[in-house]
Every structure is written in structure tokens, then in C-alpha cells.
Write a protein that binds this ligand. Structure first.
Ligand SMILES: [Zn+2]
Length: 119
């Protein structure tokens, strides 16, 4: 068994559940995990596949993580969409959005006009 290159003490054990976050999307990769320090080493091939997938979905290589503060308006909290995202995603003040809570994350998805036509 291979030794961990980080702590040089643990053994690298095969694992199927390394969590990779690429452009805000979460992928589960196969690879090795150190039995001592817990450092994870996803297989190169897997990582490449995920980056490829992320590219196809249009989330790579553009950085998607933005930091914003919420502001308060009346009783509610308001999240302002950054102007660059507004332009990229063609958002207007009529755009309907779907809000999904995923663990401690909030996913905001604009509903595209073409999707509505199909309903
Ligand atoms: Zn280690």
C-alpha cells in the first residue's frame, strides 16, 4: 500500500466518496484517502472528467463564487444579484427564480422563458 505524501505516515486507502467542488457544483470522485491525516487524492482521470463536465455545463473556467452581504428591507433580507451575473444570465425584473436549500447552501435558479413555453 502506498504511503501518504502529505503526512508520510498514513496509508492511502481506496475511496469512492471524495467530494470535489468545481465552480459551485459538487462531484463525487473515486480516489485515495489517507488513513492518518485524511488528505484526499482523487484520481487524475476522474478530476479531468469532472472538469470536462463542468465545462460542458458552462461553469468552468469562470469563477462563480462571489461574496455579498444581505441587506434588510422591511422585515425581510434582500439579496442583490451582481450586475455581471444579471447580464450573463439575461435576468430581468420579471425573471422567476427557484430557490433550493441544499444543506447549508442556497441555490438560486432563474427559470428560463423557453422552459415555461414547454409546460
Ligand atoms: Zn496522510
Amino acid at each position: 500500500m502506498k504511503k501518504c505524501p502529505v503526512c508520510k505516515q498514513g496509508n492511502l486507502e481506496q475511496t469512492k466518496n471524495i467530494i470535489l467542488e468545481i465552480g459551485g457544483y459538487v462531484f463525487i470522485a473515486k480516489g485515495h484517502r489517507c488513513s492518518k491525516c485524511g488528505e484526499e487524492f482523487p484520481y487524475e482521470k476522474e478530476t479531468q472528467d469532472f472538469i470536462e463536465t463542468a465545462r460542458k455545463m458552462g461553469v468552468w473556467p469562470e469563477p462563480l463564487k462571489l461574496y455579498r452581504h444581505l441587506s434588510r428591507s422591511g422585515k425581510g433580507l434582500v439579496f442583490r444579484i451582481p450586475t455581471d451575473l444579471e447580464k450573463q444570465l439575461h435576468l430581468t425584473d420579471n425573471t422567476e427564480i427557484a430557490i433550493t436549500k441544499l444543506g447549508n447552501k442556497i441555490i438560486i435558479e432563474p427559470e428560463s422563458v423557453s422552459e415555461h413555453k414547454n409546460i
